[in-house]
Design a protein around this ligand. Structure first.
Ligand SMILES: [Zn+2]
Length: 349
């Protein structure tokens, strides 16, 4: 029997706009690739030959971060049409379909704070984002359980703010301290040359896969948010090529790892908003990774002044409007070879 996607390979369009019409199930492409349509926005490909890697590519966990969604959408369609063939097991996840449809980061709740079981804590599975996060966790668990290869998970995003590093990645905390430099090769091929080392557990998607399944996992920020169709895709060309090579070439031709190609940062201060009058010491237009000098005021509130503790201390993810007790700002200091095992501060984007 022919599957609908063999005549109309626009998997994401059907998932977003006619999810009730999506035909779930398994079929085989003429080139032998096995395709499992698991749910709206979730599709898996398996090659005919043994795979060395089990790769999760997720995008659209924030619905308005369009460029990675467009890259994955196009790749899924090429795979379904047989124009490209996977040589690894690959699970594509288009995270928040409803948020994509309204062009927003999320509908009710930031999904990238709902993993590692957070979806079921507090009020429980009260909204679509919490239910979806639970489904995505289970899907990844099943995917890795059926594979025997090296596990990867690249959770692809674009940043809201401008950044001194247009592309950067967050390396989730690893309890074993096993931060591997060679895993940065794929990032370099994506033209990601800045990496933040996190060292505390968090609720992000990439941390879930790293912590639960020992996957090579990163949150990858590929540039700045733009509406669908308005991305300058030339800025994403390297990432698109590297992603294609990751899933379709048994030995991707990436350059050897050189730490000097990267700006590596570790967390120095985690500044929480404790008072209603919390305010940042710099303007909204200050890009991520802007460096300050020792003594510069980074934020103030009743009872506290937060200053840079050393020259070159950089700021990321500033948000003075978070709820009381939540993180309003992270500061970073340069790290290096010796710092691949790092001090305090969870990093989540
Ligand atoms: Zn995002």
């Amino acid at each position: 029997m022919t599957h609908d996607l063999q005549t109309n390979p626009d998997f994401l369009f059907v998932s977003r706009h006619h999810p009730e019409q999506l035909q779930c199930g398994t079929f085989t492409l003429p080139n032998g690739t096995r395709v499992d349509v698991l749910a709206p926005g979730i599709i898996q490909f398996e090659p005919t030959t043994a795979a060395s890697d089990d790769i999760v590519l997720s995008c659209g966990v924030h619905g308005n971060e369009t460029a990675p969604i467009e890259i994955c959408d196009a790749l899924v369609q090429r795979l379904l049409r047989g124009e490209q063939t996977v040589c690894q097991r690959v699970l594509f996840i288009f995270g928040n379909l409803q948020a994509m449809n309204i062009g927003e980061r999320f509908v009710e709740e930031n999904m990238n704070r709902l993993f590692s079981g957070e979806h079921s804590r507090g009020p429980g599975l009260v909204n679509a984002e919490r239910q979806r996060a639970k489904l995505l966790e289970q899907t990844i668990a099943d995917f890795y359980a059926k594979g025997t290869g090296q596990r990867h998970h690249y959770d692809l995003h674009t940043a809201i703010k401008p950044s001194q590093h247009e592309k950067f990645a967050v390396y989730p905390y690893r309890a074993d301290g096993d931060y591997r430099q060679e895993w940065l090769r794929f990032l370099a091929a994506c033209e990601v040359h800045a990496v933040l080392l996190s060292n505390a557990p968090t609720n992000t998607f990439s941390y879930y896969s790293a912590a639960q399944f020992n996957a090579i996992a990163f949150t990858v920020e590929l540039g700045k948010v733009q509406p669908f169709g308005q991305n300058d895709m030339s800025r994403f060309a390297a990432a698109e090529t590297a992603i294609n090579q990751l899933v379709c070439e048994p030995q991707p031709p990436w350059p050897p790892h050189q730490l000097q190609d990267f700006s590596i940062y570790r967390v120095n201060q985690v500044i929480l908003r404790q008072q209603e009058d919390f305010r940042l010491g710099f303007g909204d237009d200050v890009p991520n990774f802007t460096a300050f000098n020792e003594g510069d005021v980074l934020a103030e509130e009743t009872g506290a002044i937060y200053k840079a503790q050393q020259n070159g201390e950089a700021v990321v993810f500033p948000n003075a409007k978070v709820a009381l007790g939540q993180r309003a700002l992270l500061t970073l200091i340069p790290a290096g070879q010796d710092d691949f095992v790092v001090p305090n501060g969870a990093v989540s984007t």
